[in-house]
Design a protein around this ligand. Sequence first.
Ligand code: FES
Length: 144
Amino acid sequence: MADVINKKGDNWIYSDKVKEHFLHPKNFLSGEPKEGDFDAEGEAGNFACGDIMKVWIKVDPKTEKIKDFKWRTWGCASAIAATSMFSEMVLEKGGMAIEEALKITPQDIIARLSGLPPQKVHCSVLADQAFKNAVENYREKKKK
Ligand code: FES
């Protein structure tokens, strides 16, 4: 993991990718979700700072590919950038299968962001945890 953390972390340097995703977040949900827009939702809180992430997913029931992923956070710039990147990762190439998306680690997200300062690595776990909770919510709903 050390190789994907910004080596200049002591200086709180953010990569251009982090800045791009923070300033222009992808798949951010503004407003309230409408009935039927999504199949499931998940939330995660960060013990390190108290920030919260909420995500919504739409899944193709036949292929179990993620057709839509939206998110909203009460989190910092790094959480925004990391979740924006995570949303791109799960939606690229027509949507990733749930099982594949569950394998994405915070380290994968940090690598795609070209690093995060070490002090902000904990912010990259929110998307991944909220997504796992959304998948759990999706599977519970499917059982009913
Ligand atoms: S400081 Fe809370 S998510 Fe970054």
